[in-house]
Design a protein around this ligand. Sequence first.
Ligand SMILES: [Zn+2]
Length: 169
Amino acid sequence: MFTIIKYPHPLLKKRLSHVEKFDSELKFIVRDMFETMYAYNGIGLAANQVGLDLQIVIVDIGYKEKNKSIPPLVLINPKITKSSNKKVIAEEGCLSFPGYYDNVKRAESIVVEYYDINGKKKELIAKNLLSRVLQHEIDHINGVSFIQRMSPDKQLKFYAFYFLGKYKF
Ligand SMILES: [Zn+2]
């Protein structure tokens, strides 16, 4: 199991390196990422959140709702290729910002290109919660946090609270 790294760790601001080798080491990393995500009750996790400079994202939105019909997903080197014009606002949190929640506007649906754990190229269409979680996690591997996606007043609120020491992660 990994430790979750928290804001303001510099790795959270880094655009991560592409995964080149789809080997057994990658499978061990992904297995440990799932273990870590479940231990922290998360529904999505990016590799830099566990200190790794690799473009790996895992998601399991069925886990919290005990909905087994939505399987866990592993996305290697994922890229959003289309975003709907329709945006939706909902509250988000992040394991690297424990206890902090606020509204973020995101595309309602997206198309994502990625590689699976065996290196096979795939594409998926995501809507609603899956779309939101994937946008949040794909932002992570590009060095972008959910705070940067908030409206300017909400960003100011976060930074003010953080620097005034009201939030200690
Ligand atoms: Zn996050």
